[in-house]
Design a protein around this ligand. Structure first.
Ligand code: SF4
Length: 442
């Protein structure tokens, strides 16, 4: 095992080719390890945030709302109510006397003012401690306003960020199946787990349109309440961010018999596989032929454009630390395509099976790590000599302090990285940051 780290974390990190045990994922964060993971509430908020015509009310102290206030890059083609993160701003008096009245009044005012299609009410730690009956207030408000008012019981202390994803899925499941008014094609899918960061969903919609496949609901990128209410009528659920949306896909399979498949839209290989798998599902040669043509056209354009980046990036080394394992797996493949070797691969929410898959596609010598922290990640970068860090807002300072390039692959990003367009953006971003002259001065 890797030495010099907390002993309690010994089965959460390994070196491929050296350690033979399975890396254990899904454990609660170790006290003292200063995890990079966010809380349960944050996990729920991330998943539901892109539903653009819903009201999102954080029932808790104002500080809980701060991290989630408009820092995500989830774009909307219409309403933008999601970008306002409302809070009940609980203070000491509410902790002593209860916050239900405050919640009721806040909802009453906001629903009148903003006229949302639905409201999500997020329960935070202190609400769980003082025991406000959030569900009862939501029921009363639902009757009063005649819109769905959905409690999201996401108190931060009750688990990991991944538990927050599950709670968000359960909240959405109460909406699904409550409307039948949308026109649905027999060749229809729901996209689960794309959050329309930097408009990525619109790229994917374009591909599916070319195939003749209707995207009935996008859950939750550029999301609309009405689409989600109708989502039970799609023929197939296509799940990208399986860490966050697999639970919803399984629930919909149980309740409505909708099959699901896991895909990834990052990198040429996985993007093409996703289109082929969807085409295969509908057993329609016309759709498959369109998929083949689309992939051929895109690759003819893309491969020559990637070549200069591949030549310039030969033998560069990358560290990956992202939310979910599926993204990490796609990144390893996408980096390989442009000549970059992955030397560190870690996630916040991967499980043991995910890490088996990740290990299988990494090269010998790659360090795999679950639920890491800045000390470990910095040390791994120094040991491996990585030239590039791919992560999110919390990993950016680690990279810059160590004087290496950084590529944002998290919810804050402003650059589309999915699909074929995304692959060229990714190569360009990696090239520009790794070869930046600024690193000579660090
Ligand atoms: S851990 Fe609790 S108090 Fe902290 S942000 Fe999450 S919900 Fe709020």
């Amino acid at each position: 095992m890797l030495s010099g780290f907390l002993q309690e974390r010994e089965n959460q990190m390994l070196t491929k080719g050296k350690d033979t045990f399975d890396l254990v994922g899904g454990k609660p964060s170790q006290a003292g390890a200063v995890s990079q993971r966010a809380c349960v509430f944050c996990g729920s908020r991330v998943v539901l945030y892109p539903i653009a015509d819903a009201l999102h009310l954080v029932h808790g102290p104002i500080g809980c709302a701060s991290y989630t206030w408009d820092i995500r890059g989830a774009l909307s083609s219409g309403p933008e109510l999601h970008r306002k993160s409302f809070s009940t701003d609980l203070r000491e008096k509410h902790v002593v006397f209860g916050g239900e009245k405050q919640l009721f009044q806040t909802l009453d005012t906001l629903i009148d003012q903003y006229k949302p299609q639905a409201a999500f009410v997020y329960s935070t730690c202190i609400v769980g401690v003082i025991g406000d009956d959030v569900q009862s207030v939501c029921r009363q408000m639902e009757k009063k306003k005649n819109i769905p008012v959905i409690p999201v019981m996401s108190e931060g202390f009750q688990g990991t960020k991944k538990d927050g994803y599950k709670i968000a899925c359960d909240a959405m499941a109460t909406l699904i199946g409550t409307d039948d008014s949308k026109a649905v094609s027999p060749v229809s899918i729901n996209i689960l787990g794309d959050f329309n960061l930097a408009g990525e969903l619109w790229i994917l919609n374009g591909y599916y349109q070319k195939l003749g496949v209707q995207v009935l609901a996008s859950v939750t990128g550029d999301g609309r309440v009405k689409d989600i209410r109708n989502a039970h009528r799609a023929a197939l659920n296509v799940v990208q961010c399986s860490g966050s949306m697999l639970h919803l896909a399984k629930t919909m399979k149980e309740r409505y018999g909708i099959p699901f498949m896991k895909v990834s839209y990052f990198g040429i290989e996985d993007m093409s596989d996703a289109l082929y798998e969807v085409a295969k599902f509908f057993r329609d040669e016309t759709i498959m032929e369109k998929a083949r043509q689309l992939v051929k056209d895109e690759l003819t354009r893309l491969l020559p454009a990637l070549e200069p980046y591949r030549l310039a990036l030969q033998d560069k080394k990358a560290a990956i630390y992202v939310g979910g394992a599926f993204k990490a797996i796609s990144l390893v493949k996408a980096l390989r395509l442009i000549g970059v070797k992955t030397v560190i691969a870690g996630t916040q929410t991967g499980n043991t099976e995910d890490y088996r898959l990740l290990k299988a596609i990494c090269d010998d010598g790659c360090i795999l790590v679950d639920d890491s922290n800045p000390v470990e990640l910095s040390e791994f970068v120094k040991q491996t000599g990585a030239n590039l860090f791919i992560g999110g807002v919390k990993e950016r300072p680690i990279a810059y302090k160590l004087g290496i390039g950084f590529c944002d692959h998290n919810h804050e990003r402003k650059l589309a990285l999915a699909g074929y367009e995304g692959m060229i953006n990714f190569a360009k971003e990696v090239y520009e940051t790794v070869t930046s002259p600024v690193w000579r001065f660090t």
